[in-house]
Design a protein around this ligand. Structure first.
Ligand code: ATP
Length: 328
């Protein structure tokens, strides 16, 4: 690959708070190093539709506190095809772009890796941006902290009303394959139980522990159900439990897409800034097909292959045990 001259930046897949601080860092770091920087709209769709624009330091003014992504995001079926990739490549070449920073989740990285293997003269660095925290090579993904805080705020409010009425609430949170939000929010808000995709919960045990809570004079109980739980969604679980337990009035709340929105937390603003800064520095150092992540509070590079393969189990056993003991 020749000398780096122009970087394209895009956000793809599900949006996550912290993407904007990351875009800002990519743009300003690139400009600091006298590189051109082009914003690609709607993820990979913008590469195919040629929907891109030159960015300046002012293009990213006052966006640190915005949720969502100023570049927009999309799921793009055409980029999965060889024809789509070729159009994207030609559009990049025509604009003189020789590197990409892609901010997204595992699908985004899978596409980036395929593209970069096909067209190795376009260097690619990935930034983990997904509220699910389900990528290897990084302790945290962008948006996970903000989403967890959003869930905790909602749980605190639900606790007030649950307590006032002696109710049992089943709260469904995001996480198709990952119980990270459920576990951390559960600890923070003192949930009585959590149900996760990674670990099957026996309904009989859940019922016993809820009964024990009532026996211990608990006036309310909250069970968090991650959407990927094997028993189905929160409504399904509530129905099963309702048939076996008569002590509480049972209610269900699905938190849904509000978990994706909102101003990024300070943690996600810092993480986005660090990873965007590191992504450009990695490209300048000649790296490609890597992800920048945070490991033990240091920025670390991992191959995209590893980041996709590892799919680390981030539900630390000690946290699981602690939650059970502290919620008695
Ligand atoms: P999230 O984890 O929040 O869902 P994600 O990045 O995993 O984010 P996806 O919709 O799975 O979101 O992927 C984003 C985009 O990446 C897809 O819409 C598609 O354009 C591209 N992509 C995914 N898989 C491939 C693939 N095998 N080949 C080429 N492109 C792909």
């Amino acid at each position: 690959m020749g000398k780096l001259s122009k970087i394209g930046v895009l956000t793809s897949g599900g949006d996550a708070p912290g993407m904007n601080p990351c875009i800002r860092a990519v743009v300003r770091t690139a400009i600091y190093h006298k590189l051109g920087v082009v914003g690609v709209k709607q993820g990979y769709q913008g590469l195919i539709d040629n929907d891109m624009y030159e960015m300046t330091t002012r293009s990213v003014s006052n966006i640190l506190d915005f949720g969502g992504t100023i570049l927009k995001t999309a799921r793009c079926a055409d980029f999965r095809t060889d024809e789509g990739m070729e159009i994207a490549y030609r559009n990049l070449k025509a604009k003189g772009i020789d590197a990409l920073v892609v901010i997204g989740g595992d699908g985004t990285f899978t596409g980036a890796l395929r593209f970069s293997k096909k067209y190795p003269d376009i260097a690619v660095i990935g930034v983990p941006g997904t509220i699910d925290n389900d990528l290897g090579g990084t302790d945290y993904t962008l948006g996970f902290d903000t989403a967890t805080n959003t869930v905790v705020e909602a749980l605190d409010k639900i606790r007030d009303t649950a307590d006032a009425h002696d109710r049992l609430f089943f709260i469904e949170v995001m996480g198709r394959d990952s119980g990270c939000i459920a576990l951390r929010a559960g600890i923070s808000a003192g949930a009585e139980a959590i149900m996760l995709p990674e670990k099957e919960t026996a309904i009989t045990e859940l019922v016993e522990s809820l009964k024990a809570g009532e026996h211990n004079k608990k006036s309310s109980s909250i069970v968090i159900v991650a959407e990927g739980d094997k028993h189905g969604g929160a409504y399904d679980v509530a129905q099963i439990v309702k048939e076996q337990i008569k002590i509480y009035d049972v209610k269900v709340t699905i938190l849904g897409h509000l978990q994706r929105g909102g101003s990024p937390s300070a943690f996600d603003r810092i993480l986005g800034s660090r990873l965007g800064f590191a992504a450009v520095n990695a490209l300048i150092a000649g790296e490609t097909q890597k992800m920048v992540g945070l490991r033990g509070n240091s920025v670390a590079l991992t191959s995209l292959e590893e980041a996709l393969k590892v799919h680390e189990f981030k539900l630390e056993d000690d946290l699981m045990q602690m939650m059970e003991i502290l919620s008695i």
